[in-house]
Structure formats: C-alpha cells, structure tokens
Design a protein around this ligand. Structure first.
Ligand code: UDP
Length: 326
C-alpha cells in the first residue's frame, strides 16, 4: 500500500484515478482548487477513511510543499485543460502548467518520490503523420494562436521531467493522453462527446464544427487510469514518455451519427464554422491518432473498449444525471 497524492483529484480523470487507487488499497491525498474539478466528482468516496481532500491550488508553493510530505507517489494531473478554456485564458494556462510542475518535480527528486506527469497529445501539434509515436516531432503553430500555449506548456513540463530523471534519477513517467472520455466529463471546456451527448439528450441539434472530417480516437477513462497506475508501478517505464489512449480512429461526423443512433435517430446535425465556435485565431488539429505500441510493450495492454461501449456508458450516465436534476 502506498500513500499517493493526486493533484487535480477532483477533476474528471483525477476523480476516477482516486477511486481506483482507493479500491486497490492505497491511501490518497487529493489536492484540487475546484476550478475545473468539482467536489461532486468525489461524492462516492468522500467519506473514505483512506482519503484526504485538500482544497487549494498547485500554484501555492507552501501548500504544495505541505501536501507532498510523506507521500510515495505523486500523480500530477492538475492543469489548465480543454481547448476552449485554453484559448480563452492563455495566461492561466501558462501559469498553472509550468511553474508548479517545476516546484513539484524538484521536491519529488529530493524526496525520491515516484511521479506520473499528465501530458497531452496536444504536444504533437499539427504533425501531419497518420499515427504519432512518442519520438515524432512536435509541430506547433505560431505564438499568435493561443491554442498552442497548452501543448507548449506541457512540452516544457516534459523537458523538465526528463531532465530531472537524467540528472537526479527521478522515477517519473510521462503520459500523453489522447481524448480520454467517460462519465463526469463536462462539455463547458469544449470536449466533444459530453457536448454531443447532452445536445442529443436535449433533443438536438448536434453541432459539428467545420466539415466533421476531423479524426480522433476516444479512450474510456477507467482503462486510462489502470494504464497510469501500471506504468508508475513498472520501473522500466520510469524516464519514458507514453502515448495513452485508443488507436481506433473515428471522424467527428461519424461520432455525431453514432450518438444520434443511440439516443434519437430523428435528431439533426448542424455544421458550425470554427470562427463562430472559437473565434478568428483558432486552429484545429485535423487528425490525431496515437501509436500505442510502446504502452502495449511495457504494460501488456492498451485501452480497448469500443466506441459503442464507451458511448453507451456515457449516455447512461448523462441520462441519470439529467433525470436527477429534472
Ligand atoms: N468539436 C465539435 N463540436 C463540439 C466540440 C468539438 O465538432 O461541440 C470537434 C472539434 O473541432 C475537434 C473534435 O471535435 O475537431 C474534438 O474536440 P475536443 O475539444 O473534444 O478535443 P481535441 O480537439 O482537444 O482533440
């Protein structure tokens, strides 16, 4: 049994990770400022005797220092996330994503704590390759486009983590998430599946941006958190970067139709220009598909739930939630 700190533990991925760590018998401290995280995400475990919840920001170095004392493993998930949030507030993105990570890595290196650093497929930027491996180049757009602030800030975190591993032997694993989805994910920050499901359950229309030919791969959060825990527990993974996600591509247009088929086939699809959705300075990533062979070789599996299974789970959750609030 380990004592684990989950920064961002009240967030979408963080809350699923916290529940799983508790289920496995670990002790968990959650640090979350409830900016994008929500305390309801931890409702099912909030009274758990092995869980401590600290409400505060990772940008407070004193609090961060206090919460890391006596911890064996740090899962660093707290960050400014979501394309919409990042485009709206690049200052917050940079301040939240860079300096606190450095503080945390430095203290973890001194205390010999294991670290999982949550990174993102955004670091590949607009790389035109069909499938991205961890050794591929990062292709960011210009600094006048705020979207790239997110991927750049996470790339700096990765450089820092790898440097701490090389210089001080920090046992750190970096995971680049590819469109992680599931119950509790909200649509306010731009994420497509919760938005489409909510639009469909409210009678439509489902609003697809641009031509809908953008391609993504969606992975269920429960499979993703299992992969994270396995990586941290695998010494051979320390000092490496991993793509974490599904490698089954789907276009956003097909995704909209899948959701409509599962909710109400009469619902209409509407198309909206990027300019009207995100403003003039927005650039999308047309295709985002990971090569997950490094993950498979290290832990022996990769997220494998089908899109249909994932959508059924999310629709069931969202229906319950809408019924409860009705
Ligand atoms: N998207 C969409 N409608 C929405 C939200 C997103 O068509 O209401 C599209 C978006 O343009 C992108 C894809 O869905 O091509 C995935 O968007 P999301 O923000 O979920 O993830 P990311 O772009 O970070 O992969």
């Amino acid at each position: 049994m380990a004592r684990c700190l989950v920064t961002g533990g009240a967030g979408f991925i963080g809350s699923h990770l916290t529940e799983r760590l508790l289920e496995l018998g670990h002790e968990v401290v959650v640090l979350d400022n409830l900016s994008t995280g929500r305390s309801e995400n931890l409702d099912q475990v909030k009274e758990h005797p092995r869980l401590t919840i600290r409400n505060g920001s990772i940008t407070d170095p004193v609090l961060l220092g206090e919460t890391t004392v006596g911890v064996d493993v740090i899962y660093h998930l707290a960050a400014a996330v979501g394309v919409k949030l990042v485009a709206d507030d690049p200052v917050r993105t940079i301040e939240t994503n860079i300096y606190p990570t450095e503080v945390l890595l430095r203290s973890a290196a001194a205390a010999k704590q294991r670290v999982f650093l949550a990174s993102t497929s955004e670091v590949y930027g607009k790389n035109p390759k069909e499938r991205w491996t961890e050794e591929d180049d990062l292709h960011f757009g210009p600094t006048s486009r705020p979207r790239w602030a997110y991927g750049c800030s996470k790339a700096i975190d990765e450089f820092l983590a790898l440097a701490y591993h090389r210089k001080f032997g920090l046992p750190v694993v970096i995971g680049r998430f590819f469109n992680v989805v599931g119950p509790r994910q909200v649509g306010h920050y731009g994420m497509v599946i919760p938005r489409f499901v909510e639009q469909a359950l409210k009678g439509g229309p489902v609003v697809v941006y641009d031509d809908g030919e953008q391609v993504r791969c969606f992975a269920h959060v429960k499979e993703v958190v299992n992969s994270i825990i396995r990586l941290v527990e695998t010494p051979a993974a320390h000092g490496s970067v991993y793509n974490i996600g599904s490698d089954s591509p789907v276009s956003i247009r097909e995704l909209a139709h899948e959701i409509i088929q599962r909710t109400d086939p009469a619902i209409q699809v509407e198309y909206l220009a990027y300019r009207d959705a995100y403003g003039d300075d927005f650039e999308d990533v047309r295709r985002r598909v990971p090569d997950v062979s490094r993950l498979a070789a290290t832990i022996g599996y990769t997220p494998s739930m089908t899109l249909g299974q994932i959508l059924d789970d999310i629709i069931r959750w969202k229906r319950d939630q809408l019924n409860r609030s009705a």
